[in-house]
Design a protein around this ligand. Structure first.
Ligand code: HEM
Length: 425
């Protein structure tokens, strides 16, 4: 082998020639073929892969839509209608893109929930989790700007309400708003820059996802037991075990996606966005897309505008501190008898926040939003730190293999014996 060439074990001579000079095939084999992965993943571990697929679908449909879309206030609404009616399969592209955004948030919300339940944010995965939070914030910014593009009533008024939030900051607030708008109201320059950024950000997200995966492959995956693999008995190669398990998830994912696109494409949207934007007519209730509703409820729970903005931002930023707020050495909630229920209540609380976020800003919804906001923050700032100190966790299994295969520690089972799951103990 010539000096400087990568020591490739790829069989095909042409591919080996490439791999010796640019070892991407070896890298894929190492990271996705033989990569040792805990043997006890459940289906919650499908959602990272599903998020990647959704990102790819969003970029592909988005690029194609932009070939027919016109980012100009006089043309935008009609150009979208033309895509829906006159462009071949334009309706499919647009419905896949709009519902793809919802699928993205469904998948990523479940992905985050899994991380919270199984303590995947704890050491050594803190940075991996924080990179995830950055992705989530970027996703929110991208979705917000995308919703403005069809230039319907909700596009216009949603953009007006949300950008105006920055005016709550003292002294510089109004300057920031004017700078964001590129003028003195949401208008053509705003639409133009939102289109430009909406096109750019998914690629930034793709870059940050690359860092996310790179960090994941340094520390390895967590698993439902929350204990680290101790030896080869605790892991299986990623391929074929998890490529196959992910495929099952992918089939179910596309079923749900297809149901939305073909049978209920407008279910998650707002009918007012089929009315062209009109700066002179304010809709009766301005509501954001469903995936923003819990945070919108936090915003409106505070009577003071600046307080609401700070709290809403805080609801996201607090996630960066989570690895340090929860100092319990036990990761998985399966072994935390009290924290488990406190967290499940937090989950219900989050759904209630989403529900009140879509209601008018009046009583009793405001009061409910205030109580739920208090619990949202209390979970992170009070309950998790206290539980870390005072809760008595259940005994952890010795190893993943022992928990999955029985007390024999993963050794071969005697003929006729069945594997005894110990995880529920
Ligand atoms: C575009 C969005 C995202 C993509 C494509 C993505 C991708 C992935 C993939 C492929 C994995 C490994 C498979 C799995 O554990 O499911 C993973 C793991 C992980 N992700 Fe994400 N992710 C995204 C967003 C997020 C967000 C928003 C967070 C947190 C706020 C997050 C935190 C984590 C953590 C902590 C792990 C390790 C989990 C474990 O090992 O148990 N990710 N991600």
């Amino acid at each position: 082998m010539a000096e400087g060439l990568h020591n490739s074990d790829v069989k095909n001579p042409v591919l080996r020639w490439v791999d010796q000079r640019l070892p991407i095939i070896s890298m894929v084999q190492r990271e996705y073929g033989t990569f040792p992965t805990p043997r006890n993943f459940n289906y919650f571990w499908n959602f990272g892969a599903l998020a990647m697929i959704t990102l790819a679908i969003m970029i592909a449909t988005g690029i194609t839509l932009s070939m027919q879309y016109a980012a100009n206030t006089g043309l935008a609404f009609d150009s979208v209608e033309r895509i829906m009616r006159d462009v071949n399969y334009g309706w499919l592209l647009r419905y896949a893109h709009a519902n793809g955004a919802s699928m993205f948030f469904i998948v990523v919300y479940i992905h985050i929930w899994r991380n919270l339940f199984y303590g995947s944010y704890k050491t050594p995965r803190e940075l991996l989790f924080m990179i995830g939070v950055v992705i989530f914030i970027l996703m929110m910014a991208t979705a917000f700007m995308g919703y403005v593009l069809p230039w319907g009533q909700m596009s216009f008024w949603g953009a007006t309400v949300i950008t105006n939030l920055f005016s709550a900051f003292p002294v510089v607030g109004q300057h920031i708003v004017t700078w964001l708008w590129g003028g003195f109201s949401v208008d053509n320059p705003t639409l133009n820059r939102f289109f430009s950024l909406h096109y750019l950000l998914p690629f930034v997200i793709a870059g940050v996802v690359f860092l996310h995966i790179a960090a994941l492959h340094i520390v390895g995956s967590n698993n439902p037991l929350g204990i680290e693999p101790k030896g080869p008995k605790d892991t299986v190669p990623f391929h074929p075990y998890y490529t196959l398990k992910d495929s099952v998830g992918i089939v179910v994912y596309f079923l749900v996606f297809a149901l939305l696109v073909f049978f209920a494409p407008n279910m998650l949207g707002h009918p007012d966005n089929y009315i062209p934007a009109n700066p002179l007519v304010t809709p009766a209730h301005i509501v954001p897309e469903w995936y923003f509703l819990p945070f919108y409820a936090v915003l409106r729970a505070v009577p003071n505008k600046l307080g609401g903005v700070v709290l809403m931002g805080g609801a996201l930023v607090i996630l960066f501190a989570l690895p340090w707020l929860d100092s319990s050495p036990v990761r998985s909630m399966r072994f935390r008898p009290i924290a488990k229920w406190v967290f499940l209540l937090w989950t219900v609380n989050f759904f209630i926040l989403g529900w009140v976020g879509g209601k008018p800003a009046e009583q009793p919804y405001i009061l409910i939003a205030q109580i739920c906001t208090a619990y949202y923050f209390a979970y992170f700032l009070v309950l998790l730190p206290l539980l870390a100190k005072f809760e008595r966790p259940l005994p952890l299994p010795e190893s993943i293999a022992q928990a999955v295969l029985g007390r024999r520690g993963g050794g071969p089972l005697p003929a006729g014996a069945t594997a005894k799951p110990m995880e529920k103990a």
